[in-house]
Design a protein around this ligand. Structure first.
Ligand code: FE2
Length: 378
């Protein structure tokens, strides 16, 4: 195809959604010990065993466990040998998110449209089959060593994906904690890298910048960051992008970049429709959350107006509340789930609000700074 024709096609396809996304398909973590990590997400977060790939299924290089809760699928994968890309990833970054997999109606088209617009290919479209049908998978690189896989599974009826076999543990079937789906996934990028990645999501994936926060919005006495929220056209996939900003002390984003040894996923926000029950359950299973001072609740209702929930349990569990023009939201942030201060989770319940809790940023970041100071990294 001539360049002129290719450009014409690009401008033509801009009028329709050239990358229709049906939502997050799964989040895959590269970890040091997938068997134990899978057990942690089952016992602490309430996921159920779903599927397994490893030497017993003909996979000699890695072992991988898929766990599921409602529409959430996590995959925990570990290399079985050194001296390969997966082992290097774990060595460099520690446990972390490698793949944000997106469900698409057509994985070949998703790869062609995004690579034509400048994305670096991670995986050319590949058809994978087993007795349950076929799935088509392709992928592109995003910030750091993170990738997006495009998953086309309309002709696949198996538990997870070809290559995996159904997996369950007859002795252990933990109850759900009420976590439903991925609300958003946040990336931390380096100094002056937020806008180039915003441009990447706009140009390569057709996303829109729906919200921006500058360092005035997100600063405490000590540290600062900037953030822009990127959303797919239908709003099913949202990726806020953070970069550090100059403050008196080290930004939490810098601490992340130092310990993850580069750019990567900072947090994954998990939706619930009953945050009080979900957080109570998660805490009883040992998930640790950040705490804001109880003074946060003194003038809360003056700030956010009337809410449906009783204040006492929110205060007891440390749940944060914020309101925008469309409603309010309740949210809470876990401590990092690794020894390195890198990936953590957000638990979020939306009651109309489509924003991200700007009114909580200051209290939240002061709580993060107290943890940073304990680690000697502020
Ligand atoms: Fe968030």
């Amino acid at each position: 195809m001539s360049t002129a024709l290719a450009e014409k096609n690009v401008s033509l396809t801009h009028t329709t959604d050239f990358l229709p996304l049906e939502g997050t398909d799964y989040v895959e973590f590269y970890v040091g010990n997938a068997k134990q990590a899978a057990h942690y997400y089952m016992s602490a977060f309430g996921f159920q065993a779903l599927a397994y790939a490893g030497p017993e299924t003909g996979c000699k290089e890695f072992a991988s466990y898929a766990v599921r809760q409602n529409k959430l699928t996590f995959v925990l994968t570990t290399p079985l040998h050194p001296n390969n890309a997966m082992a290097d990833h774990v060595y460099l970054h520690g446990d972390g998110v490698k793949v944000l997999a997106l469900r698409v109606p057509d994985a070949r088209s998703a790869w062609e449209e995004t690579t034509r617009r400048g994305a670096t290919s991670y995986q050319e479209p590949q058809v994978k089959t087993d007795a349950f049908g076929e799935a088509v998978i392709s992928g592109i690189r995003t910030y750091g060593d993170t990738v997006h896989l495009f998953i086309e599974r309309k002709n696949y009826q198996g538990a997870f994906l070809p290559g995996y076999r159904p997996w369950s543990n007859p002795y252990f079937a933990p109850n759900s904690t009420g976590l439903l789906y991925v609300d958003h996934c946040v990336g931390n990028v380096g100094w002056n890298q937020m806008n180039p990645w915003v441009k990447f999501y706009e140009e390569v994936m057709g996303f829109k910048n729906i919200l921006s926060f500058d360092d005035e919005d997100i600063s405490t006495e000590y540290s600062a960051l900037m953030s822009k929220v990127m959303s797919s056209g239908n709003g099913f996939v949202k990726f806020p992008i953070n970069e550090p900003a100059v403050g008196k002390k080290k930004s939490q984003v810098e601490e992340y970049l130092d310990f993850y040894r580069g750019e990567g996923v900072q947090h994954v926000a998990l939706a619930t429709d009953n945050i009080v029950e979900t957080v109570r359950d998660l805490q009883s299973r040992g998930v640790e959350f950040l705490k804001v001072p109880t003074t946060y609740y003194d003038d809360l209702l003056d700030r956010v107006g009337p809410i449906d929930e009783d204040l006492e349990p929110l205060k007891e569990l440390g749940i944060l509340i914020d309101r925008d023009n469309e409603g309010y939201l309740l949210q809470l942030f876990s401590k990092p789930v690794e020894d390195r201060p890198t990936l953590f989770f957000e638990i979020i319940q939306r009651k109309g609000a489509k924003s991200f809790g700007k009114g909580n940023f200051k209290a939240l970041f002061e709580a993060i700074e107290r943890e940073q100071a304990l680690r000697g990294n502020l």
